[in-house]
Design a protein around this ligand. Structure first.
Ligand SMILES: Nc1ncnc2c1ncn2[C@@H]1O[C@H](COP(=O)(O)OP(=O)(O)OP(=O)(O)O)[C@@H](O)[C@H]1O
Ligand SMILES: O=c1[nH]c(=O)c2[nH+]cn([C@@H]3O[C@H](COP(=O)(O)O)[C@@H](O)[C@H]3O)c2[nH]1
Ligand SMILES: NC(=O)CC[C@H](N)C(=O)O
Ligand SMILES: [Mg+2]
Length: 524
């Protein structure tokens, strides 16, 4: 699985033509779940891959606009192949335009949740496929361009609640295209739709058994590290905890040293908790206390990307200094996941940088150790599954994710030790209350954000003028898309009440009700 782009496990399947979407690998991953191998091919490639029999082509979404002259086109071989095509978002716009349809920009923008209403009444071949789905369903959108009109050759088979053209099919050829993203978890029948396309339309035979990911990971680690030694960066988070357990299993405890950096931007009491839990796995652990150094490096910095880059570099500096002082480390291990890679534009055909994850975009050009990242092509829920298989406790596997740059990306603007303390206290109240009310597991991730906004309040008959705290809770499975956590208002009010009463410095609390997209989960 990890080598999907290096070695090809099977020689037939589906081609996913990549136009730089944030979700390209998610399409391939859904097909794996369905039981089919997908080969990802750069959208600008003039030839199909050699030695690969494809039963259909899926055109990914992408940041380009087909209304721009410079936008990437559909390579000839795709239509020439005569194979079924499924266009998604940009892929749909491209297909529609290829056949003479007209697209427009900025007329009907949709981000996040939308309702798809299917119309299967006009007898187009795709009707029978789509009639297996509910007539009305929730889908997830992320587009600014939309179809103004189509040529005769196409039928409109679905629109959103706002009337936007959301699904079209060629009247004769096996071409179908969707404005929404069936590959994201928030599109209700998305996986079913993909499955109908590859099985009913492409007639592809299932050829992919979900590999034993544990075995594949162990092999990958053994092969990559050979007889070397790993300095494994651990955070106490899900990914690095599962990774370090696997590395110890693959290489033996004496060839793996876990290094945990306390950068002073962790949650309250996090450092001691992590130390205890990682040591209980029987792993060698070194804790580096570096709060002062990180604060100093970040002093006066308020730009989000700059903060991320500084933190990424500081992390690596710490790892390299440690490796230098303690001879023999050949590899740096990280719990990097695919979403970290794609959002930092570390993979794919011109995907845009959304934010530089500290462990990818923050890496220096020259690193003195080789990287070993067993989960670089996996998603969070896949890693959780691996974790359970190797016997990591639920307490660790079910933790909410916590970003490497920590509170630095949750204190908007400049970071000071005072603000860190204020935010730690507010966050702890929120998280403790979620656990107390049995709501922690109802959301995928929850946290508090400190806004550099002061507002006026009245407490004990006195005027206050203090910071604003935003609470964020999201639903997700892989973090690529997110919904708003549906927490009871009464609960939110009680959290707000306790924060304002107990945390000196905050006199107002708001709840973030934005999905991803258009927002991201973290505020920076
Ligand atoms: N404080 C830290 N000390 C050392 N390494 C860290 C620290 N924070 C993050 N890392 C490294 O960066 C990687 C990416 O961080 P990320 O937060 O995505 O993963 P995680 O912390 O392992 O899991 P989770 O996403 O559940 O928080 C980690 O897997 C780990 O290798
Ligand atoms: O280790 C990390 N290093 C980072 O730099 C980073 N930035 C975001 N995140 C986490 O990734 C998920 C998606 O977050 P966004 O929607 O904010 O991009 C969410 O779970 C975020 O908490 C990070 N994790
Ligand atoms: N997600 C997408 O594929 C977006 C396509 C195109 N850039 C638009 O905004 O409509
Ligand atoms: Mg983390």
């Amino acid at each position: 699985m990890h080598h999907h782009s290096v070695t090809r496990p099977v020689h037939d399947g589906i081609i996913v033509l990549d136009y730089g979407s944030q979700y390209t690998l998610l399409i391939a991953r859904r097909l794996r779940e369905i039981g089919l191998y997908a080969e990802i091919v750069d959208g600008s490639k003039e030839q199909p891959p050699e030695d690969f029999t494809f039963h259909g082509v899926i055109l990914s979404g992408g940041p380009d606009s087909v209304t721009d002259e410079t936008a990437r086109k559909l390579p000839r071989w795709v239509l020439d192949s005569g194979k079924p095509i499924l266009g998604i978002c940009y892929g749909m716009q491209l297909l529609a335009q290829e056949f003479g349809g007209k697209l427009r920009s900025g007329h009907q923008r949709e981000y996040g949740k939308a309702t798809l209403n299917l119309d299967v009444s006009h007898g187009c071949w795709a009707s029978s496929m789509l009639s297996k789905l509910p007539e009305s369903q929730t889908v997830w959108m992320s587009h600014g361009d939309d179809v103004e009109n189509l040529t005769e050759e196409f039928s409109i088979i679905g629109r959103t609640g706002d009337g936007v053209v959301a699904a079209v099919a060629h009247k004769e050829k096996p071409y179908i295209a969707l404005q929404f993203h069936p590959e994201v978890q928030h599109s209700e029948c998305g996986k079913e739709l993909l499955s109908l396309f590859v099985q009913d339309v492409c007639k592809a035979k299932l050829n992919w058994q979900a590999d034993d990911v544990v075995e594949a990971t162990l092999d990958y680690v053994k092969e990559t590290v050979a007889d070397g030694k790993v300095l494994m960066a651990v955070s106490g988070g899900v990914d690095s905890t599962v990774a370090v357990a696997l590395m110890s299993q693959a290489l033996g405890n004496d060839r793996v040293t876990a290094v945990f950096v306390d950068h002073g931007l962790l949650r309250k009491n996090e450092a001691s908790w992590v130390k205890e839990k990682i040591e209980s796995l029987g792993v060698n652990l070194v804790v580096l206390n570096r709060a002062q150094e990180f604060y100093q490096a970040l002093s006066g910095v308020s730009d989000p990307e700059q903060k991320r880059k500084i933190i990424g570099l500081k992390f690596i500096e710490e790892f390299e200094t440690y490796a230098k002082a303690n001879e023999g480390f050949t590899h740096l291990g990280q719990g990097t996941l695919y979403p970290d890679v794609i959002e930092s534009a570390g993979h794919g055909a011109g995907a845009k940088v959304i934010k530089s994850h500290h462990n990818v975009g923050g890496l220096p050009e020259r690193l003195h150790m080789a990287l070993v990242e067993p989960f670089r092509y996996l998603f969070k829920d896949e890693v959780r599954l691996v974790g359970r298989k190797v016997g990591i406790s639920n307490e660790l596997v079910d933790r909410h994710p916590f970003p490497g740059p920590g509170l630095a990306v949750r204190i908007l603007g400049e970071i000071t030790a005072d603000k860190v303390e204020i935010l730690q206290n507010a966050d702890q109240i929120f998280i403790d209350k979620l656990r107390e009310k049995d709501l922690y597991k109802e959301v995928w991730q929850a946290f508090a954000v400190l806004l550099p906004v002061k507002t006026v309040g009245v407490m004990g008959d006195n005027r206050t003028y203090q910071w604003t705290c935003a609470l964020r809770a999201v639903t997700a499975t892989d973090g690529m898309t997110a919904g708003v956590g549906d927490l009871p208002m009464e609960f939110l009010v009680s959290v707000s009440d306790e924060i304002v009463r107990k945390v000196d410095g905050i006199n107002r609390v708001v709840y973030d009700i934005t999905t991803k997209p258009p927002a991201t989960i973290e505020w920076e």
